[in-house]
Design a protein around this ligand. Sequence first.
Ligand code: NAP
Length: 529
Amino acid sequence: MQLTGEQLIGYRVIRGKGRELLAINPDDQQAISTPVFTCATADLVDQACVLAEQAFDPFRATDPETRAQFLEAIADGIVELGSTLTERAHIETGLPMARLEGERGRTAGQLRLFASVLRQGRWQTATLDSALPERQPLPRPDLRMCKIPLGPVAVFGASNFPLAFSVAGGDTASALAAGCPVVVKAHRAHLGTSELVGRVIQEASKRLELPEGTFSLVVGDGSDVGQQLVSHPAIKAVGFTGSRAGGLALMRTCAARPEPIPVYAEMSSINPVFLLPGALANQASAIATAFVDALVMGAGQFCTNPGVVLAVEGPDLDAFLARAAAHLAEKAAQTMLTPGIHSAYELGVRRISGEAGIEAVASGQAHSGATQAQGHLYQTTFASISANAGMLEEVFGPAAIVIRCQNVEQMLAFAHSIEGQLTATLHLENEDLTIAQGLVQAMEKKAGRVLINGFPTGVEVCDSMVHGGAFPATSDSRTTSVGSTAIERFLRPVCYQNFPDVLLPRALKHSNPLNIWRQVDGKTAAPCS
Ligand code: NAP
């Protein structure tokens, strides 16, 4: 597949009239000479959004089976791109080939998961309450509820998952599954990768004869294109993964629109890890090894990176720190995704190092490339953190702080005071269960996922996954951006009262023509097998 650097607007391929851009290889910071990308101007953003608006009714009217086939065709197309896709992603992001191959599998798997969700039909939440004409003192009308799509969705590709959280990532897959057309803003950090995947979606859409505006991909640099996109009246929801500043800016814009719309932004998280006394006494060395492996994985560029560890003072904590320091010292520096993310990491590390009460414990091997990140581990005390909560600001990369507590009550106080998180982890043994109960109660109010005896990096894509959490982990703690329930973000319920069968949505018709699970008069009704 030939890259051209153009915008994909519905079925069309159009050269933008905005600024020219070249993709950058973060390894040597050199521009990748082909192709030359051009940014969209406001008229192209408008065309993409208007086409999406026109596509909405015919696209939402498609059979769930047609949309399932669409998602599967995208998954097949991504896999068929083979090394063309992974090699381009590798030079644009510096991520190792093995990681990208795994991420490609995950991306295809996510798309196929949503295809199976569509076929199974529970996403429509079809609920029927039959009429009770004889009820006293008042009769009950026939009431039926199901969920319908919100409308066109703007998706911002994430820098750190060029496939799984980008053009055909979880936000796009869940929005398309719901029946929402999608306009993606390509991330500047992997422009060619975005075009390759965008062309697969465009081809699949054409082949299945879906409405033209079902999918568009626009390129922009700086906030203009993104702001125009989320301000467009055709757009009815936003999916975003990135910085807290970026997410907050989009939330503000969307709240200030004449018609405010929901923004599902995944932003910042430091993913606390609590080492309970029994676990620390029995497993300090093994936990330290696994912790450092998780910390430096992917140069720490995971939203679930464990950025803060808490434990009670004593020889067991010293043993943990000694092993973590020795293991970190063996870890090579790794190339970060972009020069910008690398400089933000360097700034963050300098900020932490300069804080009062912070002490360096160990570093990984020194970097040889200008955009490589060296791992860093620091320690401080609960008292210092309490006096300066700013120390806990996310540093995106392989840096973490160990907080030495005087007792478990301080760990609990920390759990109550920390802001919202994507994950919280407890390492424990049976003797720690009473302390664990208090920590779980505190952390389940903040985090989307609470883990025992593991590390949060590596997010399973499945029905029970919650990749969310209270602000600022996300802008809406009621939802997830990973797993099948991500579709909920782009749906809303409608109740149909006293409708004749002919006017009802198919999910609610008397004969259950979609053959889906429904709730009928308070009982679950299985489809016919
Ligand atoms: P970012 O700067 O927030 O950018 C993400 C996307 O949003 C880009 O397409 C960007 O456009 C757009 N954008 C940002 N601010 C905007 C605004 N005010 N208006 C409209 N669009 C806007 O994130 P990033 O480039 O991926 O990484 C930068 C930092 O984000 C990292 O250092 C890290 O701290 C954080 N991050 C967090 C996560 C996480 O999962 N929690 C993941 C990735 C990154 P342009 O690039 O064209 O400006």
